[in-house]
Design a protein around this ligand. Sequence first.
Ligand SMILES: CC(C)(COP(=O)(O)OP(=O)(O)OC[C@H]1O[C@@H](n2cnc3c(N)ncnc32)[C@H](O)[C@@H]1OP(=O)(O)O)[C@@H](O)C(=O)NCCC(=O)NCCSC(=O)C[C@H](O)C(=O)O
Ligand SMILES: [Mg+2]
Length: 270
Amino acid sequence: MIRSALYMPGANERALEKAKSIPADALILDLEDAVAPDAKPAARERVCALVADRAYGERTVAIRVNAPGTPWHEADLQAALEAGPSAVLVPKVESPQTVRDIPGETPIWAMLETPTAVLCSAQIAAADERLTMLVLGTNDLANELHAESVPGRAPLLTGIGLALLGARAAGKLILDGVYNDVKDAAGFEAECLQGRQFGFDGKTLIHPSQVEPCNRVFSPSAEQIAESQEILAAWEEATADGRGVATVRGRLVENLHVENAKRILARAKA
Ligand SMILES: CC(C)(COP(=O)(O)OP(=O)(O)OC[C@H]1O[C@@H](n2cnc3c(N)ncnc32)[C@H](O)[C@@H]1OP(=O)(O)O)[C@@H](O)C(=O)NCCC(=O)NCCSC(=O)C[C@H](O)C(=O)O
Ligand SMILES: [Mg+2]
């Protein structure tokens, strides 16, 4: 289960070291936007050596390579696949073929961050069994849409909804985009909550201070756990009596609510 995935610039030695003690569920070692062109070859070497040495233990570690079509993509991809990360994160994916063209067995995470990508999200999500996660790139998407950054993200909601539909239609996981204002704790938490309510599995992050609130918001609350247990108990009783419906706290419970309750309890256990 990945509630939090922290990006760190592949050229920032201090951040790469510090990440060993940051409790993010996943780390994304970035070779793309956070690394200046001149620093890219050295960052590639450092990041891939850390991954090959299993410097982050059992943690989920993804390497974000540069986008297809850039001068660094092929070398990044080859080095990343050889290093053996938990996944390779490919930015600016716009077609299922881009996913299928990636060689090897390594799990693939694909970023949706352009209008074309969002409109093809279902096909991209279903492109390949190795594709296990979609990751929304809300900064690039906002830029491509000429959208303004506003609290509540109204200009992005269509794209967010389409990306979620694509992911779930293919039964894949999906992470929300980043929140840029690292000093705005309240705004960040509100956006985590919005992402959870939409159905995202977790969120991508840019600063260590965002990890704890993100993990908290994307973990089931004590209240959700208690209600889910009540739903399962009520459902067992109803089925034992030959009934296909039950009520919990005055609300109707059917099979689909039982599925949701089981999902919440499985997340809590994880
Ligand atoms: C945003 C930052 C540039 C802020 O950096 P800074 O001012 O240095 O932060 P602090 O002084 O508060 O840092 C405190 C300590 O924490 C370490 N640190 C900071 N960020 C990280 C990190 N991401 N991972 C690990 N450790 C981190 C600092 O080294 C300090 O350590 P110490 O000195 O020991 O106390 C900076 O946070 C940053 O660079 N963040 C990551 C930016 C990034 O990766 N961007 C690319 C990914 S987002 C993206 O691409 C969006 C997507 O594609 C889209 O389209 O939406
Ligand atoms: Mg981007």
